[in-house]
Design a protein around this ligand. Structure first.
Ligand code: ATP
Length: 666
């Protein structure tokens, strides 16, 4: 019972040392987590389970961590579940003697196929009791299912799912089906999983596996240790977001050894540093007054994190493998390009990779570059709008067939010749970039930047950037401890200043399209309006934000409607939060992400975005929203979060000027 407050990892576990962890132990843990909304309680429950796994069956910690996150591999392997609900319904029906229509009706009523699967199993009488499921085998089976591709694999997939499903007991069926459908819906964010790992590693420290008596709670000394361990695990995960590497080191050498073993490595994409929006030049100066900062042009393309590993050191009899000065060379065949979301874009950009020797000077043996790939008119030497870049083939591009040329604007160097540079200040990283790389007209350019100190200089830089076909500026601190590269953080040390929102709310929002309203008059036959939502990673819910009907050309509506029709579902998912007065004519699965602009944000009694974050009973809504563009490079989970919506609301002058100043509630 992992929910027990005074948990003992050996005595209270439901399996013995050396035995494979039963899938039921994990399912019960997930069930207990689902039953609470308090984050600290969730962390405690999960850490109790992790402690048992660490002590009794450490080799099952890795599959356990992945299954809590509903991941199968590091994000950049693009191995994902998300089996179509119809297949899952078929499998459930066939195993429990129900028709597809019956399962569908039950799912529609409860809004949760996982629960339907659990109830169907519970009421079913079976002749033989299958062998209990093991966590590691379920994980392997999930991976097998995800690897099966193509139309012909459908029956194989259903067969595999059935063989797991018939062996499920109690809550196992719920979480198995939810895992397969792609969402666990227990409200467990990745940061909580990392914190639970830290708590488990503090209370039951590997590799000795001492079992701390937690019955009296942690002592101040142990609390300090917990903070240090959490910091180690979280920062290591930022530099090396790969549990396959991190968990074995944690188990074998303990948390203290993580930074030494799991470092930033070319080939393993990092979560990028992100910027805070600002509304004007004055806000920039307010933030950066007295600091050294630079205004870089903000190019409107696609983020490209370019990784170049080095060739292994030659180890011939003449050269000892650890000879200190063996010069290494870059392994260009293994170079890769990753997106903002750590997806592997290497096959999209064969042209960028071929041109790498032009960029890298002989002094470079390995590197990681942060860049923006921008559509470029090579003849007129001109930057082209983002819309043109988005027409490029997304995968397996053949260089001779590429019509849209790109120029890469390099703005940061994160790793050079075997060493991470993220802890160094931007000025130093920028110097190293210019020292070790060279520009090639129309192929590689350093981001234009002007080091500024006054309002006038920033205003002039913004003006120049806009005339240079850029979106605005990225203003960055240059020196000191505030100028490091903050992996995975939306930092106040990077401010974005876009020309379009100087008088607006400070940023555009990236929202998920939940539903469509049928068009009338000129718009008959297509959708004329849409219901938009933000995403709340804490609760894993999509929360309605506004309706939208402007900003679209007739052609936009045709193409958007055609795409959205592929995502129509019969009813709202039960993780959609909306008011019945906004019920659309068609519901969509969460798939499309659109960038929208608005006049301002206001409190709303009907919309559910950021509900409770600003005011207990009110959500936040967009006023006068306008469609800007489709954001193909963002998944629905990367949409603007409820927290960001609340922050945007609160940053508005008219809200800030109110006498009582609310703050975002955590
Ligand atoms: P965010 O990434 O902040 O969620 P977003 O994806 O909507 O927002 P923007 O708000 O347009 O993007 O701004 C950040 C992006 O700007 C970066 O992710 C990067 O792709 C791009 N960019 C262009 N030029 C630069 C630059 N000089 N420095 C950093 N980023 C830049």
């Amino acid at each position: 019972n992992p929910a027990k407050a005074k948990y003992h990892p050996i005595r209270d576990a439901c399996w013995s040392e050396g035995q494979p962890v039963p899938y039921l132990a994990l399912a019960k843990t997930l069930e207990a987590i689902e039953g609470t909304s308090a984050r600290l309680k969730m962390i405690e429950i999960l850490s109790n389970y992790f402690r048992s796994v660490m002590v009794l069956t450490p080799e099952d910690l890795l599959p356990s961590v992945y299954m809590c996150l509903n991941q199968l591999a590091p994000a950049y392997h693009s191995l994902e579940l998300g089996i179509a609900e119809t297949y899952l319904m078929k499998a459930i029906g066939q195993c429990t003697g129900r028709t597809l229509a019956q399962v569908k009706a039950a799912a529609q009523k409860s809004g949760d196929l996982g629960l339907v699967a659990e109830q169907a199993r519970a009421t079913q009488r079976t002749m033989f009791q299958s062998k209990p499921l093991e966590a590691r085998k379920v994980f392997q089976a999930l991976k097998d299912v995800a690897h099966m591709t193509g139309q012909a694999s459908v029956n194989k997939k259903i067969g595999k799912i059935q063989s797991l499903y018939v062996a499920c007991r109690n809550a196992e069926a719920r979480y198995l089906i939810r895992s397969l459908a792609g969402k666990l819906r227990i409200g467990l964010a990745e940061q909580s999983v990392l914190q639970a790992l830290a708590l488990a590693a503090t209370m039951t420290p590997p590799p000795q596996r001492d079992v701390l008596d937690a019955s009296k709670g942690l002592t101040p000394e142990e609390f300090k240790k917990l903070d240090a361990t959490a910091l180690l695990i979280k920062t290591t995960y930022c530099e090396c977001p790969n549990y396959d590497l991190l968990i074995p080191v944690l188990l074998q050498h303990g948390a203290a050894a993580l930074p030494q073993h799991c470092r930033l490595t070319p080939g393993v994409p990092l979560k990028p540093m992100l910027a805070h929006p600002t509304k004007g030049v004055h806000e920039v100066l307010n933030r950066f007054e007295g600091l050294e900062f630079t205004c870089e042009w903000k190019y409107d393309g696609e983020r490209a994190q370019i990784h170049v590993p080095s060739l292994p050191a030659p180890s011939t009899p003449d050269t000892a493998p650890d000879a200190p000065d063996t010069p290494l060379a870059p392994d260009l065949a293994k170079a890769a390009v990753f997106s903002r979301n750590q997806e592997d874009n290497t096959s999209k950009y064969p042209d960028i990779l071929r041109r790498l020797p032009g960029l890298l000077k002989e002094s470079v043996s390995s590197c990681v570059l942060d860049c923006e790939a921008v559509a470029y008119d090579v003849v007129n030497k001109q930057i082209l709008p983002f819309q043109i870049l988005s027409t490029r083939k997304r995968k397996d591009a053949v260089e001779s067939e590429i019509k849209v040329q790109v120029c890469v604007f390099v703005f940061d160097l994160l790793f050079l010749n075997g060493a991470s540079l993220v802890a160094r200040p931007l000025r130093e990283r920028r110097d190293l970039l210019r020292q070790h790389c060279r520009e090639v007209e129309g192929e590689w350019h350093f981001a234009t930047s002007v080091d500024c100190s006054t309002t006038e200089e920033v205003a002039a830089a913004l003006d120049a950037a806009v005339r240079g076909s850029c979106e605005g500026l990225m203003v960055k601190t240059l020196s000191g401890k505030d100028a490091t590269y903050e992996i995975a953080r939306r930092s106040r040390n990077w401010l974005k200043l876009k020309k379009d929102y100087l008088d607006g709310v400070g940023d555009t929002l990236d929202v998920v399209v939940l539903g469509g309203y049928s068009g009338r008059g000129k718009r008959t036959g297509v959708f004329g309006g849409f219901l938009l939502a933000c995403y709340d990673p804490q609760t894993e819910e999509y929360q309605s934000l506004c309706k939208i009907g402007t900003g679209f050309s007739d052609e936009d509506l045709q193409t958007l409607s055609a795409t959205l029709k592929e995502h129509v579902i019969e009813g709202p998912r039960n993780y959609y939060r909306y008011d019945s007065s906004h019920e659309p004519d068609s519901w969509f699965a969460p798939a499309a992400v659109w960038e929208v602009r608005c006049a301002d944000l206001s409190l709303s009694p009907a919309h559910r975005a950021a509900l409770g974050l600003v005011e207990p009973d009110k959500g936040v809504s967009l006023r006068f929203p306008r469609f800007v563009r489709v954001r193909d490079d963002k998944t629905p989970e990367n949409a603007t979060s409820a927290q960001q919506v609340a922050e945007l609301y609160l940053s508005q002058d008219q809200v800030k000027n109110q006498t009582s100043k609310p703050t975002v509630q955590d």
